[in-house]
Design a protein around this ligand. Structure first.
Ligand SMILES: Cc1cc2nc3c(=O)[nH]c(=O)nc-3n(C[C@H](O)[C@H](O)[C@H](O)COP(=O)(O)OP(=O)(O)OC[C@H]3O[C@@H](n4cnc5c(N)ncnc54)[C@H](O)[C@@H]3O)c2cc1C
Length: 122
């Protein structure tokens, strides 16, 4: 790679932005979008040369239970089952509080992303 990047001075960043988001995966992008909706001026700092992190590698929709898609398709699922399956997949090493939050909010994240234009069907 021949292009050389020069760091932006912190003074300049401080005047332009009021929130620094680290990482440009789904967590970072969602945070930045929400912050902008709330009237803030976020900047996303990404260490890699491309945007998206692992998020751009996800290929089978979004892990979630009791989603609107499942309701539409008559698929029976439960947040409790999702919790225990994910705990098993993590060999019991998952942080229980984070896992509880993740499994309880997956459906909301799926509908919120879809409303914002994400296509989770592929
Ligand atoms: C191959 C693969 C397939 C998957 N398929 C699915 C799927 O089908 N469905 C599903 O729901 N989930 C899937 N997942 C899991 C899903 O991709 C992740 O749970 C999700 O992308 C995590 O999002 P994130 O924003 O937390 O992290 P990431 O998307 O990984 O984003 C983190 C970003 O932060 C950057 N970063 C880290 N440290 C720094 C730093 N110090 N400074 C600046 N930037 C930094 C990273 O470079 C990265 O861009 C898959 C994961 C993989 C690897």
């Amino acid at each position: 790679m021949s292009e050389r990047f020069e760091p932006t001075s912190l003074d300049k960043l401080e005047k332009q932005y009021d929130l620094v988001v680290i990482g440009s995966g789904s967590a970072g992008l969602t945070t930045a979008i929400k912050a902008a909706e709330l009237g803030l001026h976020p900047v996303i700092l990404e260490k890699m040369l491309t945007v998206g992190g692992d998020t751009k590698r996800a290929s089978s929709g979004m892990n979630a239970a009791e989603t609107f898609v499942q309701t539409e398709q008559g698929i029976q699922d439960s947040v409790g089952q999702f919790y225990y399956e994910t705990l098993r997949g993590g060999h019991g090493q998952n942080d229980p509080d984070l896992l509880k939050y993740f499994t309880e909010h997956g459906a909301r994240a799926a509908s919120g992303s879809t409303k914002k234009g994400s296509n989770l069907t592929t």
